[in-house]
Design a protein around this ligand. Structure first.
Ligand SMILES: Cc1cc2nc3c(=O)[nH]c(=O)nc-3n(C[C@H](O)[C@H](O)[C@H](O)COP(=O)(O)OP(=O)(O)OC[C@H]3O[C@@H](n4cnc5c(N)ncnc54)[C@H](O)[C@@H]3O)c2cc1C
Ligand code: SF4
Length: 472
């Protein structure tokens, strides 16, 4: 433990954002890092509370009190080593993780939690800046070959773990660049893509081969991969979006969020759009249906593109401003969350459902919306119209796409249509086929994808070698 009285003397202080009026003019990150001295102060607030609930709150079980102490002692390189022992990509989670660790911090019971996520980010950013992060090339080769399908956080973590114990790993990715939703879903203003590029460079130097622009199930069959490789890992994500099949759904101007967001990321990355038409919010009244992360990203992107107005509709009731900590701690609390994108100028309406889309000459003009009760039933007499030129559907994802890859594996699916595999073996019902990340657990978080990729790698290594030194 760093400073015994740190939590009594020092208030929580976290990274700030550049002013909204400045940041909406570009797509770069706008979070302002804490100074080294402020980061050290914040690390000293960690109480060494005996039972660190944050270990369990964090899906990769980061050893948070240990690296807080190391940062307080100025042992940054050792803090980085410790952090990497549980998390392959702290620069991703340090930027986009919702930080369930902070909800479960013991200090959060009576006070404000330790700024765990910001400290994590500071450690790894310093590691890159100082040149401490180097390729970790395996000292011996096993001669085993593994195909990882999908280069999101699950596929990347799985591939890196397997390469580091000497396996030959080939990552197949249908998009032109690796990263999955980190690259094509999450906007640059939340995470710039150079962080993916530098990790991919490290992974290439560790011997991993990336084969992009290859859609498995279409350009190469699963049977071919099974013949060529000793194991195949399915890490293709959960890409099937939830639709809103109500009258007027076929009007021009209604799109899934994931038809809209990747286009902007591709523009920023100077990539071709790969789309039949550009979808832009510029000069439009935009309505975002769905209140999660994806909805927030649609707001921030629409604002940057110059939308006239942005409204977000959420079917759930407005959550309380503050949680009752004594009731919910150490679990993730239900409370009103206002993202940086919300602060940039969106109207939010809760407990509302869209009844129909209305248009003229086949083009969207309005939404008919109704208030709903706590059972999501329409409340008579509460209907109203909302002007809209562009509707973005951000209501989550149902499951992986079934056609192509998943169908070709012949693997059993769970009740929700995900590839069925347990979290001990990560084995699908098919010989030598494994599954991890959103493709196995359904739509989730980057940190859960990293955890599953790491654990799946341990299971694949065990399967191929009869034992493993990889952590679970
Ligand atoms: C817009 C948006 C914003 C989000 N924001 C956050 C956030 O802020 N914080 C957070 O923690 N989580 C966020 N998430 C969720 C998070 O991104 C996902 O949970 C995570 O990326 C899942 O990782 P994955 O590796 O399982 O799958 P993915 O990241 O989906 O990667 C799967 C990869 O597999 C590839 N693939 C699929 N099929 C094939 C095939 N047949 N052949 C070859 N390649 C294939 C895909 O192209 C893709 O690159 C967000 C999600 C979205 C959509
Ligand atoms: S990965 Fe997420 S949950 Fe884990 S320590 Fe970092 S911010 Fe917290």
């Amino acid at each position: 433990m760093g400073k015994v009285t740190g939590f009594l003397e020092i208030d929580r202080a976290d990274r700030k954002y550049a002013p909204a009026s400045d940041r909406i003019r570009h797509y770069r990150e706008f979070t302002l890092p804490l100074s080294e001295a402020a980061t050290k102060d914040q690390a000293s607030r960690c109480m060494n509370c005996g039972i660190p609930y944050c270990h369990n709150g964090c899906p990769v079980n980061n050893q948070i009190p240990d690296w807080n102490d190391l940062v307080y002692q100025g042992e940054w390189q050792e803090a980085l080593r410790n952090l990497h022992s549980t998390n392959n990509f702290p620069e991703f989670t340090g930027r986009v993780c919702p930080a369930p660790c902070e909800a479960s911090c013991t200090l959060n019971l009576q006070d404000q939690p330790v700024t765990i996520k910001s400290i994590e980010c500071a450690i790894v950013d310093r590691g890159w800046a100082e040149g401490w992060i180097k390729p970790e090339v395996a000292s011996h080769k096993t001669g085993k070959r593994i195909a990882v399908i999908g280069s999101g956080p699950a596929g990347l973590a799985c591939a890196q773990q397997l390469a580091r114990v000497g396996h030959e790993v080939v990552v197949f990715e249908k998009n032109s660049k690796p990263g999955g939703l980190l690259r094509y879903g999450i906007p640059d203003f939340k995470m710039e893509k150079r962080y993916i590029d530098q990790r991919v460079t490290q992974m290439r130097e560790e011997g991993i081969i990336f084969r992009c622009d290859v859609n498995v199930g279409q350009d190469v069959s699963v049977d071919q991969l099974k013949a060529e490789f000793d194991a195949v890992v399915l890490a293709g994500g959960a890409e099937k979006p939830r639709d809103l099949p109500i009258p007027g759904r076929d009007l021009v101007g209604i799109h899934f969020a994931m038809d809209f967001l990747p286009q902007q990321n591709r523009r920023v990355g100077h990539e071709p759009l790969h789309a039949p038409e550009p979808i832009l919010a510029s000069g439009k009244h935009v309505v975002v249906i769905g209140g999660g992360d994806t909805g927030s990203d649609c707001i921030g992107t629409s604002v940057r593109q110059g939308a006239l107005s942005v409204t977000q509709l959420e079917i759930m009731p407005r959550p309380p401003e503050k949680e009752n900590k004594l009731m919910v701690w150490p679990d993730w609390p239900l409370k009103l969350r206002t993202s940086s994108s919300h602060e940039e100028g969106a109207e939010r309406d809760f407990a509302v459902n869209t009844v129909k889309f209305q248009g003229q000459n086949g083009v969207l003009k309005h939404l008919r919306v109704t208030k709903v009760d706590d059972k999501f039933q329409p409340i008579p007499g509460t209907e109203f119209d909302l002007k809209a030129d562009l509707v973005l559907l951000a209501m989550g994802f149902v499951s992986p796409m079934q056609e192509g890859l998943v169908a070709q594996t012949g693997a059993k699916l769970d009740a929700r249509g995900n590839v069925a595999a347990d979290t001990l073996s990560y084995k699908s019902s098919q010989e030598k086929i494994f599954a991890c990340g959103d493709m196995r657990r359904g739509q989730s978080l980057v940190v859960w994808a990293i955890r599953e990729g790491r654990q799946c790698a341990a299971s694949v290594d065990q399967f191929l070698m009869g034992s493993t030194v990889l952590p679970r």
